[in-house]
Design a binder for this molecule. Structure first.
Ligand code: FPP
Length: 252
């Protein structure tokens, strides 16, 4: 992950990497007096809409928070229904995504998934590994703190093996062990559903990401709202701790 992407904002400035917390499926269903899983099913349709949007806009990476480490603690029937939905989506969508030149990738503790799903995740990654149009990273059983823990464990392992000196550990070295290390960092973060928090998503990777929140529930998100987020992003000045004058000088 490169430390400092371009800073200037203009009309044509499209994020390279969009990261999304898809929140509000349950409330969407409850407002219709339907079971929560109906909201998740509707949410799966929005996933397709967002993928289409990213392809059309030339966004390179889309990272979706599909299932957090903490979501395992939801009522068992909701977890089971989500697993079924996830398995069906893998079964149904992967070939079409492959045909559209989308590379699929999963981040998170995949070993916690049942074998049938785990195998489909591995197969989807293998099938689409060479695709170049859009990288779709799905955070599944993912937690930002856990991501930092696994990176730390990996560094400690190398220190104990004598292949890494503690004094050589810096931000770049740690960054290389984090999820999504080989991709540009998220430029724009969107959270639907009205909550204004990161909820243990990409804690390390979001350090300089522009944040955008909407009251719309995930199944209600449409192209107009996505375009609104992109327009807003295009007008932001990303300073990375520098001054406006310095940023102008760099981009001159
Ligand atoms: C958050 O809404 C959503 C989830 C925990 C699951 C997200 C899953 C999908 C969008 C469908 C499948 C996705 C893929 C990638 C196959 P919530 O249940 O927390 O909503 P609430 O805050 O209204 O309760």
């Amino acid at each position: 992950m490169t430390a400092m992407p371009p800073t200037s904002a203009s009309e044509g400035n499209v994020p390279r990497h969009l990261a999304i917390i898809m929140d509000g499926n349950g409330r969407w269903a409850e407002r219709r007096r339907r079971p929560r899983i109906i909201g998740h099913r509707a949410g799966a349709r929005t996933v397709n809409l967002v993928i289409d949007f990213c392809i059309e806009k030339g966004i390179e990476v889309l990272t979706l928070f599909a299932f957090s480490s903490e979501n395992w603690g939801r009522p068992q029937d909701e977890v089971s229904a989500l697993m079924k939905l996830f398995a069906n989506a893998l079964e149904r969508e992967v070939d079409e995504l492959n045909r559209r030149n989308v590379r699929i990738r999963f981040i998170g503790e995949r070993v916690r998934f049942p074998d049938t799903i785990l195998e489909r995740m591995n197969a989807a990654e293998a099938l689409t590994a060479g695709n170049t149009r859009l990288t779709l990273a799905i955070a599944a059983s993912y937690g930002g703190r856990q991501d930092i823990v696994q990176a730390t464990q990996s560094l400690v392992h190398d220190v104990l093996a004598g292949t890494l000196r503690p004094e050589d550990i810096d931000e770049t070295v740690l960054d290389a062990r984090m999820a999504l290390a080989d991709l540009p960092p998220p430029d724009l973060f969107i959270r639907t559903g009205g909550e204004h928090r990161i909820s243990n998503f990409l804690l390390w990777q979001l350090a300089y990401t522009e944040l955008w929140f909407t009251e719309k529930l995930w199944p209600e998100l449409d192209t107009e709202a996505l375009q609104h987020a992109l327009d807003d992003y295009a007008h932001r000045e990303r300073r990375y701790g520098l001054t406006s004058a310095q940023i102008l000088e760099k981009s001159a």
